[in-house]
Design a protein around this ligand. Structure first.
Ligand code: FAD
Length: 478
């Protein structure tokens, strides 16, 4: 019998497992079930010769202390890889060409991304009163504050880049809580930017020395960071720390109440394990199936969190065929600009060591909530689509010498309107099952940073809860 069982060995489950061990839970009291043959979930790197290919996440922003703290506690900070200076340069494909994203709101006036009317409307933002409603979509929020043109161009592209989502179908406060807070706390986006810049400046003066040491190219609120041998170094390190507690190739199908206490976890081969506490750390749709017998209402609430499919295609070109490494991070494409791909990251420009020096490596995203049918494209149609769209956007006519296709049918959770209420309902129903938790990117944040950030809190709650359950159990004569 385990004290804690974790279902799902993605970054969420691995991080919780490691935090539990750090808090003193002996290895033999922990079991982490992973359906796949290897841990990491979406965080997976494939290596082909000298190419390092991320099948899912590309990196994390270094502005989240818990992730760096985890890296330091694991002692793998020497493995970190910081994105190159040039990745501060980002583009949008709109109005027929690639346009550089301005570094501040002032630059928007001259950027040509928006119509003149659209640009002038953006500058009215500080005069827009607070407003909105509880389940307002990201698009409606942006249209209200910065106008429809900017919402359809800038926000649509940002939502594609983060969630592969549709801005009209994502609840702002769930998907982009920081943006919602900019209005509720500061009264608007421009006011918030000014307020936050002042705050950062004050903090920077205090920590000048350490900040200077950590300085890197400015991404959206942090520097994109990964590991030298690929992002999955983090998952592999955590997996190795969990040692025999991690059971790969075991798909859990059902969770039931144990007798007289705790829970019974059943895998697809019918094997059973008992645990005092259980963390469901897989995507909500799998957790929904697992609790179907335990609590159909909980199962149905979990089943209401949808996902969007996404295909990642890495293409490698001879440098001599392209001419030069593209200068920048890459580009995103808002819908309605005659291009089907969601965007393209210039991997070999962002990172050192992801491709041989005489090659250019790109990573193109296709599909998402706007275009779910794209996941069905066969390889040939997909490659034709990418070749056509990279020609339109980057004027790239070179033929790839290698290509790798990674399909994520249930790619990224979508926090559709009502998401916050749905998660509250899930939490309320879970209260009927002491010691059962859900965790991961389906609920409170889809970034790797978020998954890591919530791990220590869950581990602490588990240790206090599990302690009392176990003690109660031990107090009883067996
Ligand atoms: C294409 C793509 C690009 C992304 N880019 C970024 C990025 O650049 N930066 C960023 O921060 N985030 C990015 N993300 C998001 C990020 O990858 C995820 O949010 C994060 O990896 C989720 O981790 P997780 O552990 O919650 O879930 P997952 O990675 O989904 O892991 C869940 C695990 O549970 C296992 N599992 C499921 N069901 C069962 C079961 N019944 N029994 C046992 N095991 C089970 C699965 O096999 C899986 O390993 C991206 C996501 C995708 C798809």
């Amino acid at each position: 019998m385990a004290r804690v069982a974790i279902v799902g060995g993605g970054i969420s489950g691995l991080a919780i497992g490691w935090e539990l061990m750090s808090l003193g839970l002996p290895r033999e009291d922990l079991i982490v079930f992973e359906a796949d043959g290897q841990a990491g979930g979406n965080m997976r790197t494939e290596r082909a010769g000298s190419f390092v290919l991320e099948t899912g996440p590309n990196g994390f922003l270094d502005n989240s202390p818990p992730t760096l703290d985890l890296v330091h506690r694991l002692g793998i900070e020497d493995r970190l890889l910081v994105s190159n200076e040039s990745s501060a340069i980002r583009y949008l494909f709109c109005r027929g060409k690639l346009r550089k994203l301005p570094s501040g709101p002032g630059g928007m006036l001259f950027s040509g991304m928006l119509s003149l009317r659209g640009r002038l409307r953006v500058f009215m933002e500080p005069f827009v009163p607070k407003g909105g409603f509880k389940e307002e979509s990201a698009f409606d929020f942006a249209a209200r504050r910065i106008g429809k043109d900017a919402a359809a161009t800038l926000v649509d592209a940002m939502v594609s880049g983060v969630f592969a989502g549709n801005a009209r179908e994502l609840e702002l406060s769930a998907a982009f809580p920081k943006m919602a807070a900019m209005e509720s706390e500061y009264g608007g986006l421009v006011r918030a930017m000014i307020g936050l810049a002042k705050k950062r400046k004050r903090e920077a003066t205090r920590k000048e020395a350490s900040l200077k040491a950590a300085a890197g190219p400015a991404g959206p609120g942090g520097t994109l960071t990964s590991f030298r041998d690929g992002f999955d170094e983090l998952a592999r390190e955590l997996a190795s720390r969990l040692g025999p507690s991690l059971k790969t190739g075991v798909r859990i199908t059902s969770l039931e109440k144990g007798s007289p206490h705790g829970y019974r976890i059943i895998d697809e081969r019918g094997e059973t394990c008992f645990a005092d506490a259980v963390v469901l750390a897989g995507p909500a749709f799998t957790s929904s199936e697992i609790v179907d017998h335990l609590d159909p209402e909980l199962s149905s609430a979990l089943g209401m969190i949808p996902t969007a499919p996404i295909t990642v295609v890495a293409t490698a070109y001879k440098l001599k065929d392209v001419g030069r490494q593209p200068n920048g991070f890459g580009f995103l494409v808002p819908r309605g600009h005659g291009v089907r791909i969601l965007g393209c990251l210039w991997t070999s420009s962002i990172w050192d060591g992801r491709a041989p020096d005489d090659h250019v490596l790109l990573r193109t995203m296709v599909g998402g909530a706007h275009d779910p049918a794209a996941i069905e494209l066969d390889d040939r149609d997909l490659m034709d689509l990418i070749a056509g769209d990279l020609k339109k956007t980057m004027n790239l006519t070179a033929k790839p010498v290698e290509r790798w296709i990674f399909k994520h049918e249930k790619g990224i959770a979508q926090y559709t309107p009502g998401h916050t209420a749905r998660v509250e309902r899930i939490e309320k129903l879970l209260a009927n099952y002491p010691g059962v938790f859900v965790s991961g990117s389906s609920y409170g944040g889809i970034s790797v940073n978020h998954c890591i950030t919530e791990a220590p809190g869950i581990a602490t709650r588990l240790m206090s809860g599990v302690g009392s359950t176990v003690n109660q159990a031990r107090d009883k004569p067996s």
